[in-house]
Each structure stands twice: as C-alpha cells, then as structure tokens.
Design a protein around this ligand. Structure first.
Ligand SMILES: NC(=O)c1ccc[n+]([C@@H]2O[C@H](COP(=O)([O-])OP(=O)(O)OC[C@H]3O[C@@H](n4cnc5c(N)ncnc54)[C@H](OP(=O)(O)O)[C@@H]3O)[C@@H](O)[C@H]2O)c1
Length: 231
C-alpha cells in the first residue's frame, strides 16, 4: 500500500534537470503528487506540445505550478543565471530540492569511443552536477538527488563513458554528505519507459518507480540506494 505522506513543502521550489522526459518527467509528477507546489524543469529544449499538455494536466490535477526553463546545465553561467531567475520569479519560495536526471548517451564498445564521446556523456552528468552544486550553495536544500545507474558499479561493455559519469555522481553525493549537505544517488536498474518492454529485457516499469522514490525520499534520504527489478 502506497502511503500518502507529503514529502515536499508548499511554498518551496524543486528543480528537476532533464525533467521533460523519461524518469525526469516521472519525478515532476511524483513531486507534484507529494505536495510540491513549484517545480522548475531545466532542459536545453522547450517542451513539445504533447509534453506541454501533459504538464498542464499534472498542474490541473495537483493544483501546483510547473515551469520549464531553457538551460544547458553543463554551462556554469547558464545554471547561475537560471538560479537567479528562479529566485526572482518565486520570491518567498526558497529552492528546497534538486533532482538531477539529465543525461546524454553515446554508447559503443570502448575501442569505438573517442574522447569527444566521453565528454558528451560527462557534460550533463559531471559538469551538470558540479554546476548545480555550486549554484545552490546558498540554498537550504532538503534534497539533492542524482540519478545514477547500476552500470556505475556493475559496468557495461558498451557504456564505459556512462558508467564513469554515474560513478562520479555516486562519489559526489558522498562528498556532499561529508560536507554536511544532502546528497543521494539512486542507482537505477533498467527502466521500461514505454508500455511494452523490449523482448528479453527485464526492467522495472516506470509506474513501479513511485514506491522506490517514496522509500528513497522518506526513509533513505541520505543513503545511496539501488533500485532494480528483482523478481
Ligand atoms: N531509463 C533508464 O532505464 C535508466 C536506468 C538507469 C538510470 N537512469 C538515469 O535516469 C536519468 C533519466 O534517464 P531517462 O532515460 O529517463 O532520460 P531521457 O528520457 O533521455 O531524458 C534525459 C533528459 O536530459 C535532458 N538533458 C540532456 N542534456 C542536458 C543538459 N546539458 N542540460 C539540461 N538538460 C539536459 C534532455 O533534454 P534536452 O535534450 O532538451 O536538454 C532530456 O529531457 C538519467 O540520469 C539516467 O542515467 C535511467
């Protein structure tokens, strides 16, 4: 049974990087359903009409406000600028949470990957987390959550760049906790974002993520966790 406890404050802003799609958008819905009044999505692009419609549906259902701001989180100036813009747009509503979901994939066996294909994957995850960390230093955050992957510790032959970027997130969250700041990385297993799983893939359906989020946010706020399907 899914408890109905509120996890997010009203009169507070929650940032979701990469929140226009996949797990990021599910996070937007999760925060909305758990009491988050102001949510800001950071993405390099504007929402497409169907996503904008979905955002409106969530706002209507949850009575909250979801704003999408264009921002490349790998660029320090963009992130500092967007944090100032958020503070101006929501006076009296402090930023209380950062959920870092942005990702770019450039898969390939190690011999086919060159430096640029590592850098493209590192940019949103590694530069992104550093920029979000620095730009929110003055915020009193309740959550700083990074979406990592089980590839960070199991490895994956065609995702060495992705595994390395996720390992950075895991260690960076440890570093934040050592500084006395919130920091949690969630090592997700394969998540099936569409209705039907591809043949042979044993993944957690995206609808099943809510319980994992709940446990991560409510009980294991500062602990690293692994979320994967184990049946
Ligand atoms: N899906 C899975 O099975 C799975 C499994 C394990 C872990 N995870 C983790 O969960 C997170 C979400 O994965 P997903 O598959 O749901 O992702 P996704 O649907 O591919 O979404 C990634 C988002 O990141 C945004 N993004 C990329 N670079 C950005 C940048 N520099 N600045 C701002 N936004 C940026 C993209 O939007 P723009 O292009 O508009 O910027 C996009 O909306 C990732 O961190 C991933 O590692 C996912």
């Amino acid at each position: 049974m899914f408890p109905t406890l509120s996890l997010h404050s009203r009169l507070a802003v929650y940032i979701v990087s990469g929140g226009l799609s996949g797990l990021g958008f599910e996070t937007v819905k999760f925060i909305s359903q758990r009491g988050g009044e102001y949510i800001v999505i950071l993405s390099r692009s504007k929402p497409k009409p169907d996503v904008q419609q979905e955002i409106l549906n969530v706002e209507k259902q949850c009575g909250n406000s979801i704003t999408s701001m264009e921002c490349d989180i790998s660029v320090s100036e963009h992130v500092h600028k967007v944090i100032s813009a958020i503070n101006l747009k929501f006076p009296g509503c402090p930023i209380r949470g950062v959920f870092h979901s942005a990702v770019v994939l450039r898969d390939g066996l190690i011999e086919t990957l060159d430096r640029s294909l590592y850098e493209e994957v590192f940019r949103p995850k590694v530069n992104g987390v550093l920029n979000l960390h620095h730009a929110t230093q003055k915020c009193e955050l309740d959550y700083f959550v990074c979406y990592s992957s089980i590839s960070a510790f199991l490895g994956n032959p065609s995702q060495t760049n992705y595994a390395a970027a996720n390992t950075f997130l895991d260690l960076f969250c440890q570093y934040r906790r050592k500084l006395g700041l919130p920091g949690q990385s969630i090592n997700w297993g394969e998540i099936i974002c569409v209705a039907e799983a591809p043949a042979g893939v044993l993944g957690m359906h995206i609808a099943q993520c809510s319980w994992s989020w709940y446990v991560c946010m409510a009980m294991l706020k500062c602990a690293p966790v692994f979320c994967y399907r184990c049946d």
